[in-house]
Write a protein that binds this ligand. Structure first.
Ligand SMILES: Cc1cc2nc3c(=O)[nH]c(=O)nc-3n(C[C@H](O)[C@H](O)[C@H](O)COP(=O)(O)O)c2cc1C
Length: 185
């Protein structure tokens, strides 16, 4: 099982990237082959229908679509901005949705995770993130993981200080591997 982990933050000290690093470790411990992507590798202009008509998908969107197809499943680890989806991520979802005849979101098993210094942990943004992904017929896993107080949540070794929460993450990742395996046949 090959799983792409995509932290949707460009920030060097991103909390979502830290969570993505922990998720990579836990997926590999469960026998999956996990790739931690860097959103900088998918740089793309703002969606513009004229640009699409003249040049098709930009290289960053093509690379994201290719990386999605090269893996069996995706773990999105996204910040919440203003109770919603970060603009860079929504823009990437929109560009990739323009692939024809079909697009790389379709039937993709996806687990949604988030990290935030705030109490709700980014869960409001994750609910919003389901909409465009499910609109593109992605298989978004029902359980979601939102890490609150994320600036204080990590121990020096990258694990979660709260052992119960860490176990919840482990169990959710195990459940996601089973879900994605069943979907991939
Ligand atoms: C434009 C903007 C809007 C934000 N809105 C929210 C929000 O609605 N909810 C929340 O929990 N955090 C919000 N934050 C704080 C982010 O959760 C915080 O900056 C977080 O560290 C971003 O993720 P990162 O560390 O992976 O870059 C916002 C931050 C920015 C820059």
């Amino acid at each position: 099982m090959k799983i792409l982990i995509l932290p949707a933050s460009l920030r060097k000290d991103s909390l979502n990237r830290r969570l993505g690093t922990l998720i990579r470790h836990e997926l590999e411990a469960r026998g999956a082959k996990a790739t931690l992507a860097d959103f900088h590798d998918y740089a793309m202009p703002l969606y513009d229908g004229d640009l699409e008509q003249s040049s098709g998908l930009p290289d960053g969107a093509k690379k994201l679509a290719a990386d999605l197809r090269a893996h069996d499943a995706l773990v999105l680890v996204s910040p919440e901005y203003n109770y919603s989806i970060p603009g860079v991520l929504k823009n990437a979802i929109d560009w990739v949705s323009r692939e024809r005849p079909t697009n790389a979101w379709k039937e993709r098993p996806i687990l949604l995770c988030s990290a935030s210094p705030a109490g709700p942990g980014g869960i409001r943004g994750l609910w919003q993130l389901r909409i465009p992904l499910e609109g593109n017929f992605a298989h978004v896993h029902s359980p979601m993981f939102a890490l609150s107080q994320a600036h204080e949540a990590f121990a020096d070794d990258g694990s979660l200080r709260d052992e119960k929460l860490h176990k919840m993450l482990r169990d959710m990742l195990g459940g996601f591997i089973a879900y994605a395996s069943a979907l991939n046949g």
